[in-house]
Write a protein of this length. Sequence first.
Length: 300
Amino acid sequence: MHARAGIIATSFIGLLAIGALAGCSGDANAAGADNKSSTELVFATPPGTDDPDEQAIMTDLATMVGDASGRTVTNLQPADYLGVVEAVRNGSVDIAVLSQFSAALAYKTDSVDPLLVWPASTEPASFCLARKDSGIQSAADVKGKQVAFIDPGSTTGYFMPKSLLAKAGLTDGTDYKSTFAGSHDSAVLALANGNVDVACTARQLYPTFVQKGVIKEDEIGVIAKSDPIPVGISIVVRKGLDNEAREALKAKLPALMTGNEKVSKTFGITGEPTADPEFSTYAPLVDVAESIGVDLQDLR
């Protein structure tokens, strides 16, 4: 499933969901968004896990968007990361929180306007996990194994762990085989059930998987940790969103997000965000992508 067909399949599912929501063409979607812009916003969050606690955090974040903008907010969660980008691009969604690589892709392809971006974290972005009885103890041991990544648009579930394995001298498709599980919990469950040898997931989700009993620390351990992501999380908006909403969100949303411990922890928020960032902010992510042989333009 790691082949192009797999990438198209996961993205196509997300786009079908967005298409069903929008009901017609991109131009019609944008026109409809403009008509409702003075009273309501559609807000999208990236796919994560099915855990009710995480879903509640996304609901809280949608409420913050409403409080900051003073508008009624509808919260959506497209099926995959690239589906979120497409939804903003075609006008089905007004505002979205994007993972770092999704934001870089969307900016590079002129699909969105980045509104806010937070500083990089100093913590590892991703953990790669394996069963303790597997003999896999380091990234080098992944050679010849089956790896579960999350999604072709995922920063912590694809780009950063794939970069980690590349630094260990391993090439996807040559030194190891990979698949896209579709979500972080699905990848970890695939490992726990013995369907893959290694699963790579977001660092901040690992304690939750342990606490919830999805994995047992005496059976599954961390074999490698990736570098930190060179850019923080982004809030982006569609290009036609009115200035009143933009200015209200820039003025009020950061304090609401950093003031909520669960939201700030989930999204790795630290420090003060930059408003209306230039593309140069995302340039280090392009370097990471190129280091693993991925052109962000190819993912559009």
